[in-house]
Design a protein around this ligand. Structure first.
Ligand SMILES: [Zn+2]
Length: 203
């Protein structure tokens, strides 16, 4: 008597699961162990790519889910399909977002099966210091997701007044913190926004 043929599994276990998170809404959870540098999930399995100056891209930016890729394209996730765009922010992230190509989430450190996959949003706001309260729950949570720049910061950032000195101390502390979580590139966005803010105040 011959053994019946073993059927191949109909589906393979997906490497991540999308489910409710204690941080906020749905999150992305590992279903297997990931090593540092592993790609965890595509940013948006279904997406559209628009030109940077496309009006639709500017409108889509309000969702905070768009991703500028290679300086030319804006990736707009189709939210009918779950993906890395569902990753929550953490002040102590275990993964990071890479925007080249189609965009992906990649491990910064090993991630255990069952652990939530988190990234650092790197949002920079202008005169809205409390826009994005953080509920990441990590030991070194900074309370707000965003780093805020105020008009006062822009006016005094290069002066040796108490306001200028206080801003530069905060700026340096944030740079040190970003370096410690492998997100030093966020300083470029802060410097660029600060430059624009200073120009707008000079006018
Ligand atoms: Zn936090």
């Amino acid at each position: 008597m011959s053994k019946p043929h073993r059927k191949r599994p109909v589906f393979s276990l997906a490497p991540v699961q999308f489910r409710d998170s204690a941080i906020e809404g749905r999150g992305v959870f590992a279903r297997k162990h990931f090593a540092r540098g592993d790609t965890v999930v595509a940013y948006a399995p279904k997406q559209r790519r628009l030109a940077l100056d496309d009006q639709e891209a500017e409108a889509a930016a309000a969702t905070k889910l768009t991703l500028v890729s290679e300086g030319y394209w804006v990736i707009v996730p189709d939210t009918s399909e779950p993906g890395g765009w569902l990753c929550n922010h953490s002040c102590s992230p275990n993964a990071a977002i890479y925007s080249d190509g189609a965009g992906r989430i990649q491990c910064l450190r090993p991630i255990r099966a069952g652990e939530e996959v988190t990234i650092f949003y790197g949002w920079v706001t202008l005169n809205e210091p409390e826009r994005d309260p953080c509920r990441c729950g990590s030991a070194n949570c900074r309370r707000y997701i965003n780093f805020d720049l105020s008009d006062d910061d822009a006016r005094h950032c290069e002066s040796d007044t108490p306001k200028g000195l206080a801003f530069r101390a905060r700026f340096q502390a944030y740079a040190d913190y970003l370096a410690s979580i492998d997100q030093a590139q966020v300083m470029d966005a802060i410097a660029s926004k600060l430059g624009h803010l200073r120009m707008s105040l000079d006018r």
